[in-house]
Design a protein around this ligand. Structure first.
Ligand code: TXA
Ligand code: MG
Length: 344
C-alpha cells in the first residue's frame, strides 16, 4: 500500500488535503495525524472493522483499549454513561488538551475500541489539524500513538513514516508535537478517582479541580504479575528504542565517570543541557535543562529515536525529578528501560 502524505502548512489553504484524509478514514482506512501530545493512528471509532486494523498494523495486543478523540465535550454523552460533574469541570479547564478521561461507556462504542471493558477513554486534543480532521470525519476517531507497539511514540510525521510507511493509507503532517508525551489518563469511572498515566496535565493541576487524586501504583513501579493493571497498555514494555535504555541515577561527576569508562562507540547518553561537557562518549544528546520538564517531554521520544539511528547498543539516560511534567518524563523513561537503573 502506498502511504499518502498530506502536509498541512495552513489549515485553511490546505483544507482540501484534510478533506481527502478524512475521506480515507470515513472509508475505513487508517490515517495518522498530529495532536499536541504525539501523532495518533486514526480510524473511524464507530467502524469495528477499521478499528481492528489498528491492532494489526501496530502489532498491538487486542486487550489494550483505544482512546476516542472527540472535537468537544458535548460529544461525551453520546458515548459515556453516568458522567460525573467533575468530568465536565475537568473538560472546561483542560480541554482541548492533554487529558484523557476514563468513563463508563455506552453500547454505542464498539467492543473493538474498549477491548471489552465497561469503560471508555475519551479525549479532546488541542491541535487545530486534529480537531478539523475529526469534525470532517463526523465521528469520533479512535487513535493510539502512531508507532509500532512498544517503540517510542512519534512526535513528528517522519517518525510515523519510519514505523508505518506502506502499512497505512495516509499521514497528515502538521509539524512537531508541542507536548511530546501522551496525555494524562484519569479514571473517573470509579471512586476514588485515580491517575492511570501521567502526562501534560500534572497531578497538581488535576487536584485543583478534583481535590487530592491518587496515582496508580504502576506509574513509578513495575507492575507485579499478579496485579491487575488499570490502563492495560501500561503493563507492556513501552516507548523503547532498539537500544537498551538504562537510567543513570546519582551525582553527575560519578555518573559521567561511570559512562566514560564504557565503549565510546556503542554507548549513547541522554542527559540535561548543563551535563553535556561531562561526557566523553561519541553520541550524546541533551533534552533540555535539568528543571525544564516541558522541554524534556517535548524532546524525549525524538532523542531516543535519534540515538537508535546511531546504532548504539545502550542508552544511559538521566532522569528528572518526578514532580510536575517531570513525572510523565520519568514514567516514560522507566518503562523504556524496563525498570533498569544504575545508581552510582
Ligand atoms: O496523547 C495520547 O493519549 C495519544 C494521542 C494520539 O491522543 N494516544 C495514546 O494512545 O497515547 P495509546 O493507545 O498509545 O495509549 C492509550 C492508553 C493505553 O495505556 C490504554 O491501555 C489506556 O490508554 N486506555 C484506553 N482505554 C482505557 C480504559 N477504558 N480504561 C483504562 N485505560 C484505558
Ligand atoms: Mg502508545
Amino acid at each position: 500500500m502506498e502511504t499518502e502524505l498530506f502536509v498541512i502548512n495552513d489549515i485553511e489553504k490546505d483544507h482540501d488535503k484534510l478533506e481527502r484524509a478524512a475521506g480515507l478514514i470515513k472509508n475505513g482506512s487508517l490515517v495518522a495525524f498530529p495532536t499536541e501530545t504525539v501523532y495518533g493512528l486514526g480510524a473511524n471509532a464507530l467502524d469495528g472493522q477499521a478499528v481492528r486494523r489498528i491492532f494489526d498494523v501496530k502489532g498491538r495486543p487486542m486487550d489494550n483499549p483505544l482512546i476516542l478523540h472527540i472535537p468537544d465535550m458535548l460529544w461525551l454523552k453520546r458515548y459515556c454513561l453516568d458522567i460525573p460533574p467533575e468530568a465536565y469541570k475537568l473538560a472546561e479547564r483542560f480541554w482541548p488538551g492533554p487529558l484523557t478521561m476514563v468513563l463508563k461507556r455506552k453500547s454505542t462504542v464498539p467492543d473493538e475500541v474498549t477491548a471489552g471493558l465497561h469503560t471508555v477513554a475519551v479525549r479532546c486534543p488541542n491541535h487545530k489539524v486534529a480537531l478539523r480532521l475529526i469534525r470532517l470525519v463526523g465521528a469520533p476517531v479512535a487513535a493510539p500513538s502512531a508507532n509500532i507497539s512498544g517503540r517510542p511514540s512519534p512526535t513528528k510525521a517522519g517518525h510515523v513514516l519510519y514505523d508505518l510507511s506502506g502499512k497505512i493509507a495516509g499521514v497528515v503532517d502538521g509539524g512537531s508535537c508541542m507536548v511530546g508525551v501522551e496525555s494524562t489518563i484519569v479514571d473517573l469511572s470509579a471512586k476514588p478517582y485515580k491517575i492511570l498515566r501521567p502526562g501534560g496535565v500534572t497531578p497538581e493541576q488535576l487536584s485543583e479541580v478534583l481535590g487530592p487524586v491518587g496515582l496508580d501504583s504502576g506509574v513509578l513501579q513495575a507492575p507485579k504479575d499478579s496485579e491487575t493493571v488499570k490502563a492495560p497498555g501500561m503493563k507492556y514494555r513501552h516507548y523503547a528504542p532498539k537500544a537498551q535504555v538504562i537510567l543513570l541515577m546519582g551525582d553527575i561527576e560519578k555518573a559521567a565517570g561511570f559512562v566514560n569508562r564504557l565503549d565510546r562507540e556503542t554507548t549513547g547518553v541522554l542527559c540535561f543541557d548543563e551535563e553535556i561537557p561531562h561526557f566523553k562518549v561519541k553520541y550524546i544528546l541533551s533534552y533540555g535543562k535539568r528543571d525544564d520538564y516541558a522541554a524534556q517531554a517535548q524532546k524525549l521520544f525524538h532523542c531516543l529515536r535519534a540515538l537508535d539511528e546511531k546504532r548504539v547498543k545502550t542508552i544511559y539516560a538521566r532522569c528528572p525529578e518526578s514532580s510536575g511534567v517531570g513525572l510523565a518524563v520519568s514514567n516514560r523513561l522507566l518503562k523504556a528501560s524496563g525498570y533498569q537503573i544504575v545508581e552510582v
